[in-house]
Design a protein around this ligand. Structure first.
Ligand code: AMP
Ligand code: GLY
Length: 423
């Protein structure tokens, strides 16, 4: 099979490394990939949002199967476009990707189908949003841009005044462009967060191993929200009882709701959950694999990723072999100092020896045979071990072997999970 993977980050590198294990994967193209991914796939300089370029490449090169990994092309309809030229895909069509593409849509869906989530209201007018904020009790208020904003369109305001400022910045000053023209104002929830990625063919839903992301830039969950600075899997807060409750009250109802709406979702549906004192609630849906979650979850997958993906596409996930190991993993992300704001790039990445871990490259380019940093998140180092404590220790030990100028990383990935569970 000739396979095309759309995207360029650590997540795509992890997906490509897993796909390669199947001998049927004769060649894998990454559009656009990156300098590190080039070690595992043929990188082609076509941007992930260049839908016309992607379909043209697929047609010209006789692509048999495509995996569309990032949110932007999914929301723009890359899967629809590829299917139109006869290429089957892993990933939702545009009308299903809206579950991530519009928070107003996903909140409405949850309300209609009784799926537990934070109470909310949606606003197209800043004035109405502000008077709604005035009607809320003083305290934490969550303001979210409706559309995609690289995970940065969520403001946890600590007062009504702060919430109103966020509304004005989004709706009047265009801080997140079109994504912020409409806002969702939400009740503030508390509790541990859990990421659950799942495979679905639109009927069946098979959750992967749970995980815990670390979204803030700095130790102790300080600093700005990022795309994610590290992950451990499984998430010790996510007990078998909670998993069963989520399946019954959240996962299956969501997949059925999408089908009932005429928006059958096939691909990876990501449930961002909060385990509140009132039970698990949905914080967000993503229409794709999470990043870096994928870098911690796929190394624990024992069965074959390509076969599972094909089963999702072909509507036979119910019969597919989806097995995860009972080991634990930890992924430490190394980033450019300054991320998620301004940072310098162009530093050489070097790796000492052959680390006993997976190194997924997220932001690097090849220049004269040297690998240079080119992004905020540069690489993810994932170690697998029998216990979470060992996985964390090993990830840090091995991460020290991959270095570059201007690097920074969190020193406390997994600390909260370890405190919760001595496994
Ligand atoms: P989102 O992009 O919707 O996942 O939000 C980013 C982060 O903001 C989440 O991972 C949570 O940590 C936080 N967050 C979002 N919504 C809420 C909420 N209703 N209550 C508390 N925290 C939230
Ligand atoms: N790591 C969170 C996300 O992929 O949205």
């Amino acid at each position: 099979m000739k396979i095309l993977v759309v995207g360029s980050g650590g997540r795509e590198h992890a997906i490509i490394k897993a796909l390669k294990k199947n001998p049927a994967a004769e060649v894998i193209y990454a559009l656009p990939g990156n300098g590190g991914i080039a070690a595992d796939a043929v990188c082609v300089p076509v941007g992930a949002k260049d839908i016309a370029g992607i379909t043209a490449f697929a047609k010209e090169n006789g692509i048999d199967y495509a995996v569309v990994a990032p949110d932007d092309p999914l929301v723009l309809g890359a899967v629809d476009a590829l299917e139109e030229v006869g290429v089957p895909c892993f990933g939702p069509r545009k009308n299903a990707a809206i579950i991530e593409g519009s928070k107003a849509f996903s909140k409405e869906l949850m309300k209609k189908y009784g799926i537990p989530t934070a109470r909310y209201e949606t606003f197209d007018s800043a004035e109405k949003a502000e008077s709604y904020i005035d009607s809320l009790p003083e305290g934490n208020i969550v303001v979210k841009a409706d559309g995609l904003a690289l995970g940065k369109g969520v403001i946890i305001a600590e007062s009504r005044e702060e919430a109103k400022t966020a509304v004005r910045e989004m709706m009047l000053d265009g801080k997140f462009g079109e994504s912020g023209r409409r806002v969702v104002i939400e009740e503030f929830l508390t509790g541990p967060e859990v990421s659950v990625l799942s495979f679905t063919d639109g009927e069946s839903v098979v959750p992967m191993i749970s995980s815990m992301d670390h979204k803030r830039a700095h130790d102790g969950d300080e600093g700005l929200n990022t795309g994610g600075m590290g992950v451990v899997a499984p998430n010790p807060y996510y007990t078998p009882d909670i998993a069963a409750e989520c399946m019954e009250r959240i996962f299956l109802p969501t997949v059925r709701a999408m089908k009932a709406e005429g928006r059958t979702f096939r691909g990876c549906l990501y449930f961002g959950l909060m385990l509140t004192p009132d039970g698990p609630k949905v914080i967000e849906y993503n229409c794709r694999f999470g990043d870096p979650e994928t870098q911690a979850v796929l190394p624990l997958l024992e069965s074959d990723l390509l076969n599972i993906m094909l089963a999702c596409t072909e509507g036979r996930l119910g019969d597919a072999d989806v097995r995860f190991s009972d080991k634990c993993s930890c992924c430490v992300v190394k980033a450019s100092r300054g991320y998620p704001e301004k940072y310098d790039t162009g530093y050489e990445i070097t790796v000492d020896g052959k680390p006993d871990a997976e190194i997924y490259i997220a932001g690097a380019k090849l220049e004269d045979g040297r690998l240079l940093t080119s992004g905020g998140r540069v690489l993810g180092v994932t170690a697998v071990a029998d216990t979470l404590a060992e996985a964390v220790q090993k990830a840090y030990r091995e991460a020290a072997k991959a270095h570059f100028g201007n690097e920074f990383f969190r020193r406390d990935i997994g600390a909260r999970a370890l405190a919760a569970n001595k496994r």
